[in-house]
Design a protein around this ligand. Structure first.
Ligand code: A5P
Length: 250
């Protein structure tokens, strides 16, 4: 199974919604902040806008990026990046999401950056999600849940994941597919079998559970499997979601 693609249902309308959310996010940026930069098409819009703002207002802003792609983009628009491993806190982080619900719980990782994204989201005082409202769901799970694994003894990890899958999958979900995400058009890192590899060298399996009615226990069970580095459930991290010109707060 290929991983989920970041293709919007209605490109123009969705682009405008992403742009509006990114513009709104800019209002949370003050001079001298340390800013975490997300990954994906919505985060890209924010990175470009932030680059403009920093230039025109001559701000002293330092950033940390959640992916090599975002780091490259940030540098291209003139943003300054802090060196890896030397930043102990961030004032704010702005990122997209693949799904969110009304409790500000998220699924992330469609772009494969979930581990770095979660580290950044947990390091910041203020984690703001920007998303067009097509990402809103009553119940998480329609978007296949990305689970990042070490690239070692994969069959053993799959066996444990299958148990979890069968425990939590909705009755409408397809059978568990023991396959890692394959490389997509713009992905750079792969192994010899065309398996997608994250910036940190891990593989991803996308769990198509359809409906996740108990995300907290699912997250707990996933964390207990050796070899799973991270999963795409962000249940407590977001404190604000900007979508459709609205502000959702905890
Ligand atoms: C990246 O790994 C994801 O968590 C992104 O935040 C997510 O895929 C959102 O991407 P878009 O903004 O392109 O929809």
């Amino acid at each position: 199974m290929n991983g989920p693609l970041n293709i919007s249902k209605n490109t123009d309308k969705a682009y405008q919604a992403k742009y509006d959310a990114a513009i709104q996010a800019l209002t949370y940026i003050d001079n001298n902040m340390r800013v975490g930069l997300g990954t994906g098409s919505t985060a890209n819009i924010f990175i470009d806008l932030l680059g403009d703002k920093v230039k025109t207002e001559n701000l002293n802003i330092h950033c940390v990026a959640t992916s090599d792609e975002s780091a490259k983009r940030a540098l291209a628009v003139g943003l300054s990046l802090l060196p890896d491993a030397y930043t102990d806190y961030l004032d704010i982080a702005i990122d997209g999401a693949d799904e969110f619900d009304n409790q500000l719980r998220l699924i992330k990782g469609g772009g494969g950056a979930l581990l770095r994204e979660k580290i950044i989201a947990q390091a910041t005082k203020n984690f703001i999600v920007i998303a067009d409202d097509s990402k809103y769901v009553d119940t998480l799970g329609a978007f296949p849940l990305p689970v990042e694994c070490v690239y070692y003894e994969l069959k053993m990890i799959f066996k444990n994941l299958e148990v979890i899958f069968n425990r939590y999958a909705d009755s409408s979900a397809p059978e568990f597919i023991p396959e890692f995400r394959k490389k997509r058009k713009n992905d750079i890192n792969t192994d010899n079998n065309n398996v997608f590899l994250t910036n940190l060298g891990h593989s991803i399996i996308d769990l198509d559970l359809k409906t996740i009615t108990d995300p907290e226990n699912l997250a707990y069970d996933l964390q207990n499997i050796a070899g799973i580095v991270e999963h795409g459930l962000f249940l407590k991290e977001a404190n604000i979601i900007l979508t459709d010109n609205r502000v959702l707060n905890k």
